[in-house]
Design a protein around this ligand. Structure first.
Ligand SMILES: O=C(O)CCC(=O)C(=O)O
Ligand SMILES: [Fe+2]
Length: 194
């Protein structure tokens, strides 16, 4: 796993925030549900790009349309594709970008990202807004874990052996950024789903 502290400067963060705001106008945040427990995620989600990750009572999957509006996901901003090409050098572009919105109480339990068909491709994860305490483990559940502070503009690349590392978000650190209105944290993950 590679961590790029402040990979996006203030101007780039603001430009990306504005593009995401526009995307969320077309593809509003939806409320994902955990298939087994039928409980709501505390995070709300949307997507851009050809495919989007969704979760409801029938399971986790990638699909080309928004679960509430039935509309195709908006295109992925060129600046995200440029960042992917720059940081990964991977020969194919991402076909999905999951947008997670965390309010000050949201978190994400430890999990692996394994719903994709292409594990050779890395995952690029971008943080915007409030900082969080991120947690990383190994490739097996239950091993030792490490906490990591992620600030607005930081970018993580999960590739190679780190592609299937367990990870999650312990907590949001409210009031640590003024980038977003409403406040909170946005995380973008660029993936190759197929
Ligand atoms: O919010 C984050 O930093 C992680 C998000 C994540 O792991 C995911 O969407 O799969
Ligand atoms: Fe993940």
């Amino acid at each position: 796993m590679r961590l790029y502290k402040s990979a996006l400067d203030q101007a780039a963060q603001e430009a990306l925030r504005d593009e995401i705001r526009e995307i969320l106008r077309i593809a509003p945040l939806f409320q994902p549900v955990m298939p087994r427990t039928r409980k709501n995620f505390s995070v709300r989600m949307s997507n851009c790009g050809p495919l989007g990750w969704v979760s409801d009572v029938s399971g986790y999957r990638y699909q080309p349309d928004h679960p509430d509006t039935g509309q195709p996901w908006p295109p992925m901003p060129e600046r995200l594709l440029a960042l992917w090409r720059d940081l990964t050098g991977y020969p194919r572009d991402p076909d999905a970008c999951l947008i997670n919105y965390y309010d000050c109480n949201a978190r994400m339990g430890a999990h692996q990202d394994v719903d994709e068909q292409d594990f050779d491709a890395p995952i690029v994860s971008i943080s915007l807004g409030d900082a969080c305490r991120f947690r990383i483990g190994g490739v097996a559940r239950g091993g030792s874990t490490q906490a990591l502070a992620l600030d607005s503009g930081d970018v993580l690349v999960f590739g190679g052996p780190a592609r299937k590392m367990f990870h999650g978000v312990d907590k949001i650190l409210p009031g640590t950024s003024t980038l977003l209105d409403p406040p909170g944290r946005i995380n973008l993950t660029l993936r190759r789903a197929r």
